[in-house]
Design a protein around this ligand. Structure first.
Ligand code: CUA
Length: 356
């Protein structure tokens, strides 16, 4: 009888234990391979295009590897237990396992290991956060204005050049400064990995060092109203030289030839993102959030106002007269435009069709 032979019991237990270890290792390996494939193969995240995004990606992989390893071990123990300790067919739930009360060694291990891992993740993340916020010697400052439902960008170090498409030189630290004119918005370029809320009354900042040339979307990632889904722009990351050429050209255009009129109005229409919400053929825009500006003269007639006055008033005080079928409080008042800019914009919107 086994019962009377302690030496044989010990030998048997050793063999069983060795078998268990091998089975567990096999299960862990299988679960590990499946998890690794899951982590690698669907490309969960977009390709990165900034130094900060690369560092964030490293933290992401560090955490993913730890999680995958823990998952594989847990899945293996679970699978082994389900397989080995399942109740036999004729079991009437009468056979119970031996009661176990605590195991100091295991408890120390399962406290110490997570402590070490979480601490390591915390330290690594803090280092990356610190590096990502480093501004360096000569950052390119960009002032970003968010408003329903458009982004606009200004280059204060380059004669306050304004644009609705963001152009950045590659490999230079960019320091974004955000202002919101109406409600909360959030600046997000998926390839840059970072998001920054823009908050009315609060200045917010973000540091990005683009390290790949190309064209990427600028997305508003905070529900901000009816036109939230169309509040998008583009960032074009260029070679340093090409970017300098563009800045010089754009600055010259903005400085010279500033005679105002409809031509200048077209630029103001584009810079203020009017096309995101409004259809207007001469501007080539097809926004659907607000009224179709090709029908502006009809709207003015319905409102019983001269078209120039009606247009000017609708830009400065949009809630004064709201076109039928459109909700109020969607268009923000564009009070920041100078009188001259306003004149040009009105001229652009009211000029006879086909004039420009
Ligand atoms: Cu702005 Cu959503």
């Amino acid at each position: 009888m086994l019962r009377n032979n302690p030496a044989r019991i010990a030998r048997l237990a050793r063999t069983v234990r060795r078998g268990v270890v091998w089975q567990l290792l096999l299960f862990t390996a299988i679960a590990g391979v499946i998890t690794t494939l899951m982590a690698l193969y669907p490309h969960w995240l977009p390709a990165t295009a900034s130094e900060q995004a690369d560092r964030i990606g490293d933290v992401f992989w560090f955490v993913t590897i730890i999680c995958a390893a823990i998952f594989a071990i847990v899945a293996a123990v679970l699978a082994y237990s389900l397989w080995t300790f399942r109740a036999p067919r004729d079991d009437n739930f009468e056979t119970d396992g031996a009661p176990i009360h605590g195991h100091t060694g295991i408890e120390i291990v399962w406290t110490a290991v997570p402590f070490a891992l979480v601490t390591a993740i915390g330290i690594y993340s803090a280092i990356v956060l610190g590096k990502n916020d480093k501004v360096g010697e000569n950052p390119l400052r960009i002032d970003v204005t968010a408003q329903q439902f458009a982004w606009s960008f200004k280059y204060p170090q380059h004669q306050n050049l304004a644009a609705t498409t963001l152009r950045l030189p590659v490999n230079r630290v960019v320091r974004f400064h955000f202002t919101a004119l109406d409600v909360l918005h959030s600046f997000w370029v998926p390839e840059f990995s970072q998001k920054q809320d823009t908050v009315p009354g609060i200045d917010t900042w973000l540091t990005v060092t683009p390290n790949k040339t190309g064209k990427f979307p600028v997305v508003c990632t905070e529900l901000c109203g009816l036109g939230h889904a169309v509040m998008r722009s583009t960032v074009i990351v260029m070679e340093e030289r090409a970017w300098r050429r563009w800045v010089a050209g754009a600055a010259r255009q903005a400085g010279g030839g500033g005679g105002g009129g409809a031509e200048a109005g077209k630029a103001i229409f584009a810079q203020n993102g009017c096309g995101a919400c409004h259809t207007y053929e001469p501007a080539g825009s097809n926004g659907k959030v607000g009224p179709d500006l090709d029908k502006l003269s009809e709207f003015a007639e319905d409102a019983g106002q001269p078209v120039e006055e009606f247009t000017r008033n609708s830009i400065v005080d949009p809630n004064d007269y709201v076109e039928k079928g459109f909700p109020p409080n969607v268009m923000p008042p564009f009070e920041s435009l100078s009188d001259q800019q306003l004149d040009s914009l009105v001229a652009f919107l009211t000029e006879p069709k086909g004039a420009s």
